[in-house]
Every structure is written in structure tokens, then in C-alpha cells.
Design a binder for this molecule. Structure first.
Ligand code: SDX
Length: 430
């Protein structure tokens, strides 16, 4: 990261002039380094980190105004068309696309980490059958750290590497187990003759009673859904993983923290919320009423799957997801699915609404993903589990990027508005 030709920003407060370095990245806006501001007796104030870069990173770049998303420089549209999920995992982890031999070895490595310790299956029994699968995923992912004491030295590159492979390989297994547990069905072991997405669908829908034939179109769509969720720079859950990691916590605990943050409906929980919203709207004739609610500042209702902190243009992932949605529904012969029809009508009306135009609100990655997952037969409460599975390589890549270089524990400050010092009052005098 270079200082912009040694340029500085000058902050004048009364007679005080504070010089703050201006730093430039390879893409995107310059940043003003305020790290020495505390020494001058001031903090910056930025609730929600709207204008704050918490770190520098080489992984993913988003241009929200132009609707651009690059993973290690490669556009998401090209990766969605030409690559696959495990190749993107390799790219995120290693910084470059693999050669054919590197890809074969990586895929083989992941295949041989897909099983979880047999004792881990006992953890599921502690949950009610109707537990939300995200609650289970938070628990069992964190519990993985209890099984790998041999590789928890975060300063050891080999330990960090095998942990990344274990997490990428085991998340689909744990996700499918959380689904099977909710169905009261036996867990299905992973199979090494299937590719990543085929294996996930197999573990989700196969039973010991009969074979499950994976539909290749559905498997490709599943792989693309994982790919589109793989990373998204410093979003809330990735920032949570980084903050947890900055304390030196083990990577399994950090990923469990990321899963917890992703669960919220403002973040990864939005895909589940989109389907619930569409069910609530019910019919095209109600769209106007709900758009009115979404624009009413006194009404907490929002059009889920719309809007984004960074994208003030169409989320490029949403475009690919919409195309994938049409392919899946065509394949399943449900192109005129009423939920998809309603979603497309809602999107059209919202994009022509002056409020949405003025606020630059466009569909995001979550708007169409749930419709695909529902069509595949995945229940709504599993949608965010799918998101968490897809996002795992991004989380572990950002964790590794931070841990493998110099870092400080994350410790934000505050603007204190509470009571000044006062003396304790005995209860008899209150
Ligand atoms: C993800 O960060 C990432 O990269 C996240 C993610 C990833 O891959 O990790 O992309 C995944 O989380 C996508 C977002 C999924 N969430 C939803 O779809 C939930 C619905 N969207 C909103 O809750 C909202 O748009 C957020 C949370 C996504 C973004 O919130 P911001 O950036 O804090 O924006 P805001 O809430 O300040 O909204 C700006 C204005 C507000 O109006 P004013 O206060 O300026 O008058 O737009 C309005 C909001 O009221 N607004 C909406 C709206 N989203 C924002 N109004 C109606 N419907 C919406 N969906």
C-alpha cells in the first residue's frame, strides 16, 4: 500500500493542524490513515463503518457504483461462466488460478477431508429436532476445534492450510447433517466419486433405502450458488471472523462467529427472509401495499433481497443468480412458478419506483437464490446454511490473510454519552 505520492490530509481543529497520510490501493478510493489520531486526543466516529476501511486486503474488490465484483482480479461473471466452486476456493486461498495438476490435487485433498469425526454426530443429539439449522451450524462448527488439537497453532502455516481444507471440505457434510437431523433421517456419508455439489445434494437427499440420482443441471446450479457466495470483501460476517481472529482465537471458533453474524436477516438471513416476504405478499395485487410499507420510515418492513451497503447498482451476482434461477425452473418444468413470477413482478415494479431509484436500491445476491433453493427442494430454514457453506472459503481466506501478516487486536473506541463520575448511594438513601 503506497502513500499517495506522500500526500497528506490536513485536519484543522482550532489552532491544531493534524497531518494524516493518504494511502492508495490498486483499485478503489484512497484512504486517510487516522491511526495516529488517538495520540492527538481524537477518535473518528463512524457507526456501521460506512466510511471506514478496517484493513487492507488482496482478496476481493467491489465497485458498488459500477456493479463490479473481482476475486483476485477475476470478474465474477467470468468465474461463474468458466470456473467452478472448488477452483474459486483455490483461487481465493492461493491468489492465482490453479494449473490442471494443481486443481486435481486440490480437489483430491478436499475430497479426503469431507468426513467428520464419528463422535461429532453425537453433538446433534443435543439439539431439539426443530432447532434452526443455523443454531446447529454455529454449535458444531465451533465444536470442530475440539477434534483438531494437533493443528491449532495459528502461527504455523501448515496448520492454517489444513484447517482451511478441513473447513471447506466439512461444511457441506455438517450442513447436510443439520438438515437430516431436522428430518429425523439418518446421516448420509460423503462419497468420493461425486464432485463437491453432487456430494452435497447426495448427502442432503439420499437415504439408505434407495439410490439418489443427482440431476447434473441441479448440481451445476448448486455449484454456482456456492461460487456466487464464496467471498465478498469486508461484509459483516467476514469482518466478524477477522475481529474474532485478531484475538488469536482458533479458526473454527472464528468461523462459528462468522456463521452467527451471517444469520441475521439484514445479511445472510435475507435469502430466507425473501421467501417469507414473497409468501406474505402472496399476490401481485398486493405489491403496491408492500412497497408503500417499505417506504414508510415508521414501518420496519423492507423489501428483502433489495439494497446493499456497497452496491448502488445491480449486484452482479444477482444477475447470474437470476439466469441460474430460470435454468433450474426450466429444467424442473416450473418456469411459471408463481413465486418466481411474483418475484420478477416485484423486481420490475421496484426498479421503476422513484424511491428505489433515488435510494439506488437494486436486487442483491439474496433476491433470487432462495427461489432456486426452494425449487431444488431445500427448505427455507436451510437457505442461510447454504450461504454459510458457500462463504467458508472467503472467511478462511480473510482470516489467513490477517493471521499470516502483522495484525493488531481489533478494539474500536466510542463516543461516550453516559453519566459522568458520581458516588455510590446506599440503598436506604435512594
Ligand atoms: C448481504 O456486505 C455485504 O457484502 C453483504 C452481502 C455478502 O455477500 O456478504 O452482499 C450479503 O448481506 C446482502 C444484503 C442482504 N440483506 C437484505 O436484502 C435485507 C434488505 N436490505 C436492507 O436491510 C439494506 O439494504 C442493507 C442492510 C442490505 C444495507 O443497509 P445500509 O447500507 O445500512 O443502507 P440503509 O439501511 O442505510 O439504507 C439506505 C436507505 C435507507 O433509507 P434512508 O434512511 O436513507 O431514508 O435505503 C432504505 C433505507 O431505509 N432501504 C430500503 C431497503 N434497503 C435500504 N428500503 C426498502 N427496502 C429495502 N430493502
Amino acid at each position: 500500500m503506497a502513500e499517495k505520492g506522500g500526500k497528506v490530509a490536513q485536519l484543522h481543529i482550532g489552532d491544531l493542524c493534524i497531518e494524516l497520510p493518504i494511502l492508495s490501493g490498486n483499485e478503489g478510493p484512497d484512504v486517510i490513515d487516522v491511526s495516529n489520531l488517538a495520540a492527538q486526543g481524537y477518535f473518528t466516529y463512524d457507526p456501521g463503518f460506512v466510511s471506514t476501511a478496517a484493513c487492507d486486503s488482496n482478496v476481493t474488490y467491489i465497485d458498488g457504483d459500477k456493479g463490479i465484483l473481482l476475486h483476485r482480479g477475476y470478474p465474477i461473471e467470468q468465474l461463474a461462466e468458466h470456473s467452478d466452486y472448488l477452483e474459486l476456493c483455490y483461487l481465493l486461498l492461493n491468489g492465482d488460478l490453479p494449473t490442471a495438476d494443481e486443481k486435481t490435487r486440490f480437489v483430491n485433498t478436499i475430497k479426503h477431508h469431507t468426513m467428520v469425526h464419528e463422535q461429532l454426530s453425537q453433538f446433534f443429539k443435543g439439539f431439539r429436532r426443530d432447532a434452526h439449522p443455523m443454531a446447529i451450524m454455529c454449535g458444531v462448527t465451533g465444536a470442530l476445534s475440539a477434534f483438531y488439537h494437533d493443528s491449532l497453532d495459528i502461527d504455523n502455516w501448515d496448520h492454517r492450510r489444513i484447517t482451511a481444507h478441513r473447513l471447506i471440505a466439512k461444511m457441506p457434510t455438517l450442513a447436510a447433517m443439520s438438515y437430516k437431523y431436522s428430518q429425523g433421517e439418518p446421516f448420509i456419508y460423503p462419497r468420493n466419486d461425486l464432485d463437491y455439489a453432487e456430494n452435497f445434494l447426495h448427502m442432503m437427499f439420499a437415504t439408505p433405502c434407495e439410490n439418489y440420482e443427482v440431476n447434473p443441471i441441479i448440481a451445476k446450479a448448486m455449484d454456482r450458488i456456492f461460487l456466487l457466495h464464496a467471498d465478498h470483501e469486508q461484509n459483516a460476517s467476514t469482518s466478524t471472523v477477522r475481529l474474532a481472529g485478531s484475538t488469536g482465537a482458533n479458526p473454527f471458533a472464528c468461523i462459528a462467529a462468522g456463521i452467527a453474524a451471517l444469520w441475521g436477516p439484514a445479511h445472510g438471513g435475507a435469502n430466507e427472509a425473501v421467501l417469507n416476504m414473497l409468501a406474505e405478499i402472496g399476490d401481485e395485487k398486493n405489491i403496491g401495499k408492500y412497497l408503500k410499507k417499505a417506504k414508510d420510515k415508521n414501518d420496519p418492513f423492507r423489501i428483502m433481497g433489495f439494497g446493499h451497503r456497497v452496491y448502488k447498482n445491480y449486484d452482479p451476482r444477482a444477475k447470474v443468480m437470476q439466469q441460474t434461477c430460470r435454468e433450474v425452473l426450466d429444467e424442473l418444468g416450473v418456469r411459471d412458478d408463481p413465486i418466481l413470477q411474483l418475484a420478477q413482478k416485484l423486481e420490475k415494479i421496484a426498479l421503476e419506483d422513484e424511491y428505489f431509484i433515488e435510494k439506488k436500491l437494486y436486487p442483491n445476491v439474496d433476491f433470487y437464490s432462495g427461489i432456486i433453493l426452494k425449487a431444488i427442494g431445500i427448505p427455507t430454514e436451510m437457505f442461510t446454511v447454504i450461504f454459510a457453506t458457500g462463504r467458508t472459503p472467503g472467511w478462511i481466506t480473510h482470516w489467513n490473510e490477517m493471521i499470516s501478516g502483522p495484525y493488531k487486536i481489533g478494539r474500536p473506541r466510542q463516543l461516550y454519552k453516559g453519566p459522568s463520575r458520581r458516588d455510590y448511594v446506599p440503598i436506604e438513601d435512594r
